[in-house]
Design a protein around this ligand. Structure first.
Ligand SMILES: Cc1cc2nc3c(=O)[nH]c(=O)nc-3n(C[C@H](O)[C@H](O)[C@H](O)COP(=O)(O)OP(=O)(O)OC[C@H]3O[C@@H](n4cnc5c(N)ncnc54)[C@H](O)[C@@H]3O)c2cc1C
Length: 454
């Protein structure tokens, strides 16, 4: 590898130390690089949002056998857990255990690379670019000089629904992960959760585990809820990438589901979903998002069987219901919120009173709506732009972030869920571990010639 003289000692800076940033750092260190990782939330270092939970009832939604952090050592997590038989490999382990696993991998990687790694607590708020270096500024005023910058910011927090804009913050919790989000409720209270995906399930299980005995309504456009995994593991073999596209592809998957079961039919597609996405042009991708996405999500992102069983039991007891509709308005009255929605495929307006509304509507994808100071700064400089579907950042297949004019940049990269627009399935560990492993190799082999780039 031809290494440049100028800036040769500068590290690669990674903003964000969730799964994406942490595994990228570990892989870069293994490739002999220098890294500095910046994370604003100390408790989340190496764990990020998903695996920083302290709640044991929050289980992984992927079997232990598929949760190795390393694509070149698929049994790594199983060995770390001390799991050796098939029954154990099939388990859905608490996410907090996985957080410990990640933290340990980071500590081991730091110990094995003395003088080459630096993990700092702080919030990156701006970046300036010169031909030989990037200078990152933290909220504290501290600066970090690096040869290249990787954005591993995770998902953007959900946006506030305009219909709920007038509700006070104690009645409408915008961020379901914020401290106190589920505290202070009485047994006669009613909680409305907006959304019905995995975050909603997390909140329901947390309310239940915290002893909440009141009613919960989960309201979403279609009223769909995630399906559960089968008790025993998938036994899908490798299949060739389907040749069909669009609705023909959907018909083929349905036919396959009738043959081998829907779970196996979806699992068979997993190794091919990124290529299938890339094989559709922008308008076909748009149609997939509009018509297929909600159904894909509930079949693809499944619940661990114990979580699915608890959700079913709560529904049966009448404590939890899923309803389909679109929020039409909300107002505060006597310490509660009156929230209304139009029921799906009907003109009927339903109104209920809730002591708390918790937004679980999923991340904001449109970076132009983000209030994140670093993203705002990069947008203002024309360094980043939204992807065509506003799922995140516009990046190329190698991870270069495209500037406002569409040019891939040699000093700015991204990893993790914000790159969804490029490969669609970059949301879970099995996809991200491959992405950051490849990005680390790419960065390690890059010719970091001042200004000319890769
Ligand atoms: C609740 C939940 C459960 C999940 N469960 C599973 C599962 O069971 N199995 C699975 O495979 N996948 C799961 N996933 C999906 C996937 O694993 C995660 O989305 C993945 O961990 C994403 O990691 P990340 O590092 O990209 O993002 P994050 O974990 O969000 O980390 C990003 C980090 O960047 C930091 N940050 C952002 N901006 C700045 C800044 N300007 N300066 C400094 N720091 C900054 C944030 O504080 C954060 O810690 C789950 C996701 C969620 C949300």
């Amino acid at each position: 590898m031809a290494r440049p003289q100028a800036g040769a000692e500068l590290p690669v800076a990674i903003v964000g130390a969730g799964f994406s940033g942490t595994l990228l750092a570990i892989n870069l260190l293994r490739n002999g690089m220098r890294v500095v990782v910046i994370e604003r939330d100390e408790a989340q270092i190496a764990k990020g949002l998903a695996f920083g939970t302290r709640r044991p009832e929050h289980l992984l939604n992927v079997r232990a056998s598929n949760m190795s952090a390393f694509p070149d050592d698929t049994g790594h997590f199983l060995r770390w857990m001390g799991f050796s038989d098939a029954e154990q490999a099939n388990r859905f382990v608490p996410r907090l255990a996985y957080g410990h696993y990640l933290r340990e991998q980071l500590l081991d990687a730091l110990a094995a690379a003395p003088g080459r790694a630096d993990v700092r607590q702080g919030e990156a708020v701006s970046a300036s670019f010169a031909p030989d270096a990037v200078t990152l500024t933290l909220a504290s005023g501290e600066t970090v000089r690096c040869r290249g910058l990787v954005l591993a910011l995770g998902n953007l927090p959900p946006s506030r629904l305009p219909q709920l804009a007038d509700l006070p913050g104690d009645l409408h919790i915008r961020n379901p992960w914020q401290p106190g989000a589920i505290e202070g409720l009485g047994d006669d209270d009613h909680v409305v959760l907006l959304g019905s995906g995995l975050t909603t399930v997390d909140v329901v299980l947390a309310l239940d585990a915290a002893g909440f005995r009141g009613r919960i309504t989960a309201l979403s456009r279609r009223g769909l809820k995630p399906h559960g995994h089968a008790e025993s593991g998938p036994a899908v073999g490798a299949v060739a990438r389907p040749a069909a596209r669009g609705s023909q592809l959907v018909r083929e998957v349905r036919a396959r589901a009738a043959e081998i079961g829907w779970r196996a039919a979806i699992d068979e597609l997993r190794p091919h979903t990124q290529d299938l996405w890339r094989g559709h042009d922008e308008s076909a991708q748009r149609r997939l998002l509009r018509h297929l996405r909600p159904y894909w999500d509930i079949h693809r992102h499944r619940l661990a069987p114990p979580a699915a069983a608890r959700i079913a039991a709560l529904e049966e007891e009448g404590r939890l219901r899923f309803v389909a509709g679109k929020v039409t308005g909300a107002e505060a009255s006597d310490g509660a919120a009156r929230i209304s929605w139009r029921a799906r495929r009907s003109d009927r307006i339903e109104t209920v009173t809730a002591q708390r509304i918790i937004s679980c509507i999923g991340p904001e994808g449109d970076i132009t709506r983000s209030h994140d100071p670093l993203l705002r700064d990069l947008i203002e400089q024309g360094r980043v732009r939204p992807d065509a579907h506003r799922l995140g950042l516009d990046v190329d297949a190698a991870g270069h972030v495209r500037d406002a004019g569409g040019e891939p940049q040699n000093q700015l990269f991204a990893a993790g869920p914000l790159t969804k627009g490029e490969g669609w399935e970059i949301v879970a560990v099995p996809d991200i571990r491959r992405q950051v492993w490849s990005l680390a190799r790419y960065l390690a082999n890059a010719h970091w010639v001042g200004g000319e780039g890769l």
